[in-house]
Ligand binder design. Structure first.
Ligand SMILES: [Zn+2]
Length: 332
């Protein structure tokens, strides 16, 4: 668990990484911190023995491995070697990689190959040749569907994003411009619109206190993966990506958004069903407002909520888009 959390010991004022060889403190004297900054903020000092500040965070180690995979699409990469790079056991590495990026190391490599192949095809190579160039052993592998995966870690945070760094990227999608932004915890915003400047303005309004930076693959490989996955879903009908989400809202809003996450693609529910689903059948209007306050377009599928009479109701990103999304999902 090194890099996942550190613990402080009340009686000594020192914080350690989980694997510290020092004597195990009494449970009642232990305080847990998500990272070393928080431990220092609480006035703990780093242990001289286990040097907790020298462990890269789990995410930074996993991101390094993801970069390695992206830059070696045509090599056979053994899971055990990748896990060693991340300083984890193979099974733990696989689980944590999926938890952070929403796809397995293998799926990442395939998606990088697929992108290379698309580029080759655009440049005019024949399909088989492009497949071989991109590192696919045989063209049949191209048609294997990407597996569905779990990777959700929804959490509640206060609004504003004070002291946080939020990286964003903007792409053209099948249903307009798509802005996606992420904190270190997951995707915190996915907005649809026509105009890049307006999307960016909306993001700044949502997180007025945060430092908002344009994502560079270097700094935020995971965001590039996520936006590609969502864009592929919107533009090409690939499965909806299960990305790690950083949900921020009131307790009620988060309850509603979690409920929406459980509505399967191709299905729709009414606002009153949402209210009932979160255990508050009277709160139909509040449930509708919570749907309208969703800032994760498509990822939190508020487009799957309709009026009781089957009418479209509202949609923050335009009724035309809501109609298109529902149609796409039904066709599939
Ligand atoms: Zn220590």
């Amino acid at each position: 668990m090194d890099g996942v959390f550190v613990y402080g010991v009340v009686t000594t004022g020192i914080y350690c990484r989980p694997s510290c060889p020092a004597r195990t403190p009494k449970p009642e004297n232990v305080r847990y911190f998500a990272n070393t900054e928080l431990a220092r903020e609480a006035s703990y000092r780093p242990c001289k023995r286990c040097k907790p500040d020298q462990v890269g965070t789990e995410l930074s180690r996993l991101t390094e491995v993801a970069e390695h995979i992206r830059s070696h699409p045509d090599q056979r990469l053994a899971l055990s070697d990748l896990a060693r790079r991340a300083q984890m056991s193979s099974s733990h590495f696989q689980r944590r990689f999926v938890a952070h990026f929403g796809i397995s190391p293998r799926q990442l490599q395939e998606s990088v190959r697929m992108q290379r192949m698309k580029t080759a095809l655009r440049a005019g190579s024949a399909v088989t040749e492009a497949g071989l160039d991109a590192g696919f052993g045989s063209s049949s592998r191209l048609y294997e569907p990407p597996g569905r995966r779990l990777g959700m870690s929804p959490r509640a945070y206060s609004r504003g994003g004070k002291g946080e760094r939020i990286a964003y990227a903007i792409r053209h999608s099948g249903i307009g411009m798509l802005l996606m932004a992420a904190t270190s915890k997951g995707v915190c915003s996915a907005l649809l619109g026509e105009d890049e400047a307006m999307l960016l303005r909306q993001l700044r309004e949502e997180f007025p206190q945060a430092e908002i930076v344009l994502s560079q693959a270097q700094q935020s490989a995971q965001l590039d993966l996520w936006i590609d996955a969502l864009n592929a879903h919107l533009s090409e009908g690939s499965p909806s990506p299960d990305l790690p989400l950083d949900l921020r809202g009131t307790a009620f809003q988060i309850k509603v958004w979690r409920f929406l996450l459980g509505i399967p693609s191709g299905k729709a529910v009414s606002y009153s069903e949402v209210a009932a689903g979160v255990g508050n059948p009277q709160a139909v209007r509040a449930a509708a407002s919570a749907c309208a306050a969703n800032r994760l377009a498509v990822l939190v599928p508020c487009h799957r909520v309709l009026r009781a009479d089957g009418g479209l109701g509202g949609y923050r990103w335009g009724l035309e888009r809501k109609r298109t999304l529902l149609q796409l999902e039904r066709q599939r």
